[in-house]
Design a protein around this ligand. Structure first.
Ligand SMILES: Cc1cc2nc3c(=O)[nH]c(=O)nc-3n(C[C@H](O)[C@H](O)[C@H](O)COP(=O)(O)OP(=O)(O)OC[C@H]3O[C@@H](n4cnc5c(N)ncnc54)[C@H](O)[C@@H]3O)c2cc1C
Length: 465
């Protein structure tokens, strides 16, 4: 059951850059095509422009023609689609998989103990309340996360870079757009210092500016003031219709723990990033993907509670490793310096590693326990397309497929796939439902060894909460 206190999807686009790893996950769940269609309006956008007004001269801060697809390492191609167009796709997919999704419904309180969770939900229109009993609670409740706060979980490395107001408006800006940028940074003496971003609707735009919450609030951004700001950004007296104003924080911070008994923090509740790097929603989706198969295994009785501890052990170090690199990027962006190369795109999207050693590293293409399974094409299907429901054994002999069948594991022969020998050597590799390598063997096929490897990956079935 998913509840959201908002009456519907926000008009504020928020996350737009969906990285290769997130798209790899969306492919496995059959929604990548729909997400790509939602991103079609942004296909022609590239580069970041700087100008005094949109109607004036532009300088290109960067205009790199960065490839969106890395076909040698993943079948997932970078996509730009706003969170408010992707959320309905995710909600539909969750509903088709049996989830109940309720808008306009607020979690007003909860009690969690070793026996379970009791949540009180309130319909915000009718005021009607219901008590729901659940085995687990996932706090996907954003940067301010009331659930995290109630649990008293602090954040490390907390810092606010800027408080920002987003103004969503309708206007015809086509006369001022010889080309479409990813975003425009606009600063002028008429009083606009901020950014301008398109939306999927060609007549709807978003302007963002810094504000000081100690001095003012979103109420001070009246329609008249917002229209004045938009006209200052454009540099012409155009018709503007203001649709909405929302405040957000450009901040960084990582929760000290991602688990408290039966409660798990995911997304911005667990870690918040400033915009540089476009990683907020991406890291969030990847957290949820790590947690979901573990919860499923525990709820189905295939694994014990100890498996759920690995969510914090695996995902929090990744966030802690990302934080300093994102901070360096954000500082460079805010000071106008070139952004550092330290945050390699491939490492940040695909280089998370679990278990011993560094949590984020250069992308390696050789199979390694604890790392994402190296990409291969098995005909029309990519390895990660298979990682959606249960463990998968990639192998290169009929003996291994027989062993897998005896162990009750899905197996795929991969020796014909280009890159098998270089990336996987020979033998078998056991891949977890989230696409990470659990175990590999270059020895003789053995159902007993494979059964043992699955059992170790799931942990003891009986372990206390
Ligand atoms: C302008 C902007 C641009 C961005 N661009 C990118 C990008 O390009 N790529 C990227 O990866 N990230 C980007 N981000 C970051 C991204 O938007 C966030 O990381 C992402 O929205 C976090 O998702 P979330 O579900 O964790 O939290 P949110 O999207 O904040 O959702 C939290 C939800 O919890 C609900 N909620 C809170 N409390 C309760 C309660 N008590 N009961 C019921 N519901 C509750 C809220 O209604 C809300 O719907 C951007 C953010 C902004 C603001």
């Amino acid at each position: 059951m998913l509840v959201d206190r908002h009456p519907g999807v926000s008009i504020h686009g928020k996350a737009r850059g969906i990285n290769q790893r997130t798209m790899e996950i969306y492919r496995a769940y059959g929604i990548a095509d729909a997400v790509e269609r939602a991103g079609a309006p942004f296909e022609a956008e590239s580069g970041v422009a700087h100008c005094e007004t949109l109607a004036g001269e532009w300088q290109w801060l960067f205009d790199a023609d960065v490839p969106r697809a890395w076909p040698d390492v993943t079948a997932g191609a970078f996509c730009m689609a706003d969170q408010n167009t992707v959320e309905p796709i995710l909600i539909d997919a969750a509903r088709s998989a049996g989830a109940e999704h309720l808008f306009d419904t607020e979690l007003v309180s909860f009690d969690a103990d070793a026996g379970g969770v009791i949540a009180t939900l309130e319909n915000r229109t009718t005021g009607e309340r219901q008590r729901v009993s659940a085995e687990y609670l996932i706090a996907a409740d954003g940067n301010r996360s009331p659930i995290r706060q109630k649990l008293g979980i602090a954040r490390t490395g907390e810092r606010t870079f800027q408080h920002t107001v987003n103004i969503v408006f309708r206007a015809d800006l086509s006369a001022f757009l010889p080309r479409r940028a990813l975003f425009w940074i606009i600063a002028n003496p008429a009083g606009f210092h901020g950014g301008l971003v398109s939306t999927a609707d060609p007549r709807r735009w978003q302007a963002s500016i810094a504000y000081d919450p100690a001095e003012e609030s979103t109420e001070d951004f009246t329609d008249e003031r917002c229209a004045r700001l938009v006209r200052a950004a454009v540099g012409e007296d155009i018709d503007v219709e203001i649709e909405g104003v929302a405040a957000w924080e450009q901040a960084v911070g990582v929760a000290e723990r991602y688990r408290d008994g039966r409660v798990f923090l995911v997304g911005d509740s667990a870690h918040v990033w400033p915009p540089a790097g476009a990683l907020g929603a991406n890291t969030g989706v990847q957290d949820a993907h790590n947690l979901a198969w573990k919860l499923a295994a525990v709820v189905k009785g295939e694994a014990g509670d100890a498996l759920l501890d690995t969510y914090d052990a695996e995902r929090r170090p990744v966030a802690e490793a990302l934080a300093p690199a994102i901070v360096a990027h954000q500082e460079a962006r805010m000071s106008g310096r070139p952004e550092p190369a330290a945050l390699d795109d491939r490492a940040q999207a695909l280089g998370a590693r679990y278990g011993a050693g560094e949590a984020l590293g250069a992308l390696a293409q050789e199979v390694r326990v604890g790392a994402r399974a190296p990409h291969l094409w098995l005909g029309d299907v990519a390895v990660h397309d298979l990682c959606v429901d249960g463990f998968v054994l990639l192998c290169d002999s009929p003996e291994w497929t027989d062993a897998a069948s005896a162990a009750g594991v899905r197996a795929h022969r991969a020796e014909e796939a280009e890159g098998w020998a270089e990336r996987y050597g020979s033998g078998a590799a056991l891949i977890r439902p989230d696409g990470y390598v659990a175990w590999c063997s270059s020895g003789p096929a053995s159902a007993t060894e494979l059964t043992g490897a699955v059992a170790r990956a799931l942990g003891p079935v009986r372990s206390p909460v």
